[in-house]
Ligand binder design. Structure first.
Ligand code: NDP
Length: 340
């Protein structure tokens, strides 16, 4: 099968690309610049253009951005849409909402118009589109049945809310499109919580690290020594398991029309710090302890639970442990900056 992968320069997409190639798919991936295209092509000098190619899509927030990218010879069988901004620096919610929503609806519209051979589109959504941050309860078990209730007004309350809203509204727009347009392809949505694990994309320095691995970087640099950051959401998944979920989502017909809450298990920032302390004694002095570590613990009265049975049963996913994710993340960060 031939696959269009959007945002191929990203943390998660780099792993998706590797697994697609390893399983024999041919891939075209969208990137924002020629420089990023060259870096991806150079990481696979053994592959001809018919197995791996790049196409530039500068801004997914523009209407019709994907019109050219969805057309290929031979034509695509599937699309994996991962590109979407993930950061907490937005000054205005629109900075995240436009690329998320217009990007997601845009790729669906372009496929419908210009890529009739595509039979499955997979979209990377988030636990952010599931999690009800306004009414947490230790009795709650989150699953694909849940939706984040965030409103347009609340999107402007904080940069974190802008991100939550961008993922929630983009995913809703995708399902609404499917219901209204009834296109010839079907849709699968992947909803990961916090994604940890080794970085495989090329980074000049750790200051350009993707958002979800920043907490591990900040432990090993000592940036969190005086105060462990609060954990936020308490679910994680390893990037390698998540990437495989994206690929299985295009390979398994029965994944069509469904969301998959790809959560491995619980984690807290305190547990991450403890794993780093046990496995990397050279960083022990940089880690928070005692009072400084406490804010990274679970809430004293308990925390919500997760149901990942759909991902295990339909996709056949198995999940890596937190220890494996954290240890491999640290090794990959040290490979970028050995003198960290
Ligand atoms: P990255 O920041 O590494 O990847 C984001 C990708 O989107 C990059 O390829 C980036 O391009 C691209 N992108 C962002 N904005 C635009 C734009 N306006 N136009 C074109 N491309 C754009 O983060 P992740 O790999 O972690 O995120 C990938 C997906 O996974 C996102 O949809 C994110 O919401 C979702 N997700 C991530 C989680 C996590 O913990 N990491 C958790 C839940 C969901 P460039 O490289 O040029 O910046």
């Amino acid at each position: 099968p031939r696959v269009l992968l959007t945002g191929g320069s990203g943390f998660i997409a780099t792993h998706v690309l590797e697994i697609l190639l390893a399983r024999g798919h041919s891939v075209v991936t969208t990137v924002r610049s020629e420089q990023k295209a060259q870096a991806i092509l150079q990481s696979h000098p053994e592959l001809q253009k018919d197995r791996l190619d790049c196409i530039i899509v500068k801004d997914i927030g523009q209407a019709n951005a994907f019109d050219k990218a969805v057309v290929s010879e031979p034509p695509f069988d599937a699309v994996v849409h991962t590109a979407s901004p993930y950061h907490f620096n937005a000054k205005d919610a629109k900075e995240l909402l436009d690329p998320a929503i217009i990007g997601t609806t845009g790729i669906l519209i372009s496929v419908q118009k210009y890529a009739p051979s595509v039979n499955r589109v997979v979209v990377t959504s988030s636990f952010a589109a599931i999690n009800n941050i306004y009414a947490q309860s230790k009795h709650k078990v989150y699953s694909e049945a849940d939706w984040c209730p965030i409103t347009e007004e609340q999107a402007n309350d904080s940069p974190a809310n802008a991100y939550r809203a961008s993922k929630t509204f983009a995913e809703r727009a995708a399902w609404d499109f499917m219901e209204k347009e009834k296109p010839s392809f079907d849709l699968t949505v992947i909803n990961p919580p916090l994604v940890l694990g080794p970085i495989a994309h090329r980074l000049a320095s750790l200051s350009a690290l993707n958002t979800s691995n920043e907490r591990i970087r900040d432990f090993i640099t000592g940036a969190s020594k005086s105060r462990c950051p609060p954990t936020g959401n308490y679910g994680y998944v390893d990037v390698r398991d998540l990437a495989l979920a994206h690929v299985l989502a295009i390979e398994k017909p029965e994944a069509g029309g469904k969301r998959f809450f790809t959560v491995s298990s619980h984690f807290s920032n305190k547990e991450i710090a403890e794993i780093i302390g046990q496995e990397f004694p050279e960083f022990r002095d940089r880690l928070p302890t005692g009072e400084a570590l406490a804010p990274g613990d679970y809430p004293a009265d308990g925390v919500y639970d997760f149901d990942n049975s759909r991902s295990r049963e339909i996709l056949g996913l198995k999940f890596r442990t937190l220890k494996e994710s954290v240890v491999d993340s640290v090794h990959s960060l040290l490979a970028v900056e050995p003198e960290i």
